[in-house]
Design a protein around this ligand. Sequence first.
Ligand SMILES: Cc1ncc(COP(=O)(O)O)c(C=O)c1O
Length: 375
Amino acid sequence: MNLFNVYPLYNVTPVKAEGAYVWDENNTKYLDLYGGHGVISIGHTHPDYVENISKQLNKIGFYSNSVQNPLQIELAQKLGDLSGCENYNLFLCNSGAEANENALKLASFNTGKSRIISFKNSFHGRTSAAVAVTDNKNIKAPINLQQQVTFLPLNDIERIIHELGKNDVAAVIIEGIQGVGGLDEGTTDFFKQLREICTEKGVLLILDEIQSGYGRSGHFFAFQYHNIQPDIITIAKGMANGFPIGGVLISDEIDAKFGMLGTTFGGNHLACIAAITVLDIIKKENILSNVNEVYHYFLKEINGISKVIKIKGKGLMLGVEFDFEVGELRKKLIFDKHIFTGGSQNKKLLRILPPLTINKGHIDIFLTALKEILA
Ligand SMILES: Cc1ncc(COP(=O)(O)O)c(C=O)c1O
């Protein structure tokens, strides 16, 4: 049997990883400034992570959601404490798309409505409702076109007010900082007015923090830059450092009912221990202050590179915009300089999503390589 060929692959085969580095089968070492799509939060193969998952595997790896699992409660408590979102309830699932799918379903259950407002250039995943609210027609099949979704530009509050005035909207879904779309984001004014109008109209505000959350922006959640409280927050990527997991944080004003949501694998013992370990390490190693320190260093040091037009994003969720398409540059970074970076829908943008544990020395390596290639 062959693999279903949906991914254009770089010809690199990582076989080992540690901290901010991965090695291929020829023992070539690569600096990982992409974290496998923004997934690696605490660094590859962190010793506590390896130890805790191994120990858990020797005890119990999985049982279904029909019995008690104290690890889920520990995870919810630690997540509430560290994120400052104590007044939410947690539903655990397996991926970002599934988190958004459940968030949208909850909003529809809760309001009895079905239209969703989403944004130009948004990405929310590939399952039915998640892909329907994603602004990319190339990844939607005819079956995905049945949902009622309206795409609006970011930062245009008048259009939002107009659409919410029709009283048929269940939710507005917005990324804390757009990831795949190219690192654009709402202004603080926009987020605040959006929060107000959603409250006034009884529309739920869903913050997709799947990429921008878990400390990546320098706050635990990117929306915390704007001093607002969403009704629902979705999380995944950095949550368990590569172990598949997703979550929906649900305001305690939204009532749960037995059977309303569910999953076989979500919240299993191994996923929970991986996610608990990530939170413990973020706290113990003060990872948020590292993100901010490295971010400010990056901003200062990249200043001198003339071909860079703009830096987008925050913390270690960064986009470096050039006045040319970056496809060739990314290839040179990987194959000549052995540095992984990412691309986005904006072809002129290099996406930087490293492990949140990287240091200034890693930034120096990247900037030296960039200068050499651009010269
Ligand atoms: C903002 C955002 N939401 C949702 C998703 C979907 O997550 P997953 O690939 O885990 O389904 C992604 C993935 O890139 C994302 O960046």
